[in-house]
Design a protein around this ligand. Structure first.
Ligand code: HEC
Length: 270
């Protein structure tokens, strides 16, 4: 009887453990948005991309952002002053090179202000049918792989109102704003035998100002910048994490030494 009771207890606790473990796994999967998109919500394979966190890469990404994206999109959870601090720039550098927006009085936006856009939501709605989303957190919702692939997947499609479509975002409302850099491309498909079109890649139709490698590098910097916007303190958090681990390790050594010292004079029986 006793044995049986014990068994059922341990079986129950095993069940509880399993339940906790599956919750933890579910939490891990849910907490990492990239997972949901790895295969692409359009069924297109995404290119893997690891964001770069050097000041130089982020400065170049910020330059592309203010020149090509800010006309339509806001990122107004961020301030220009923070950008200066995080990207290793002086406030003067930022004001001269990255602030092209104006405030309500038509004057250049101040360094302490949010990174907005000069396009009003009403105007955007009339022009594009949708308000271009805030890009401050888009790296969190979409993940870097998706963003990197998206920015390389615009293609010429005369049937669309703005002449562009995108293989990872079918019938997208955004024009191909980097067409002057990338040129125009068209997708190449093959049939998988079961009646599905599978994307092989792209074929260049017209040349842009940049070579394919230079365009990839530009997108790498731009997506790194979007990744920074979505998680500006990642670097600080990681370095703090390492310091905390070092501290805990030192503390462990001290604790072991202290324990030895305390138990030194107490005789051991076994
Ligand atoms: C001419 C206006 C315009 C410009 C400039 C522009 N976009 Fe967009 N963007 C849009 C519109 C409109 C949408 C919404 C598309 C839709 O939902 O169909 C959009 C959507 C997006 C999305 C998808 C967001 C999501 O999660 O659905 C991303 C990412 C994006 N833009 C990035 C950029 C980047 C990066 C740049 C600069 C290189 C840029 N955009 C420049 C108009 C613009």
């Amino acid at each position: 009887m006793n044995l049986l009771n014990n068994l059922s207890v341990s079986r129950n606790s095993a069940k509880a453990l399993k339940a906790v473990a599956s919750l933890v796994v579910a939490g891990l999967v849910a907490g990492t948005p990239q997972f949901a998109y790895t295969a692409g919500d359009s069924g297109v394979e995404l290119e893997h991309f690891s964001p770069v966190r050097t000041d130089r890469a982020l400065q170049r990404g910020a330059r592309t952002y203010v020149n090509y994206c800010q006309g339509c999109h806001t990122a107004d959870y961020h301030r220009y002053a923070q950008l200066a601090e995080d990207l290793g720039l002086s406030e003067k550098d930022v004001l001269e090179n990255l602030v092209f927006t104006t405030d309500a009085n038509g004057e250049q936006t101040k360094i302490g202000e949010l990174i907005g856009s000069n396009m009003s939501a009403d105007y955007a709605k009339t022009a594009f049918g949708v308000v271009p989303p805030n890009l401050a957190l888009v790296s969190r919702s979409r993940g870097s792989d998706w963003l990197y692939t998206y920015m390389k997947s615009f293609y010429l499609d005369q049937s669309r109102p703005l002449g562009a479509n995108n293989t990872v975002y079918a019938n997208v409302g955004m024009p191909h704003v980097l067409a002057d850099l990338q040129g125009w491309q068209q997708p190449v498909y093959h049939d998988d035998g079961a009646g599905h079109k599978v994307l092989d890649g792209f074929q260049q139709v017209t040349e842009g100002k940049l070579s394919a490698e230079e365009y990839d590098a530009t997108i790498s910097d731009l997506v790194s910048f979007l990744d920074y916007l979505g998680d500006p303190s990642k670097e600080a958090r990681h370095s703090l994490g390492i310091k905390v681990m070092l501290f805990l390790f030192l503390f462990l050594v001290l604790a072991v030494l202290l324990k030895k010292e305390y138990w030194k004079d107490i005789p051991h029986n076994n």
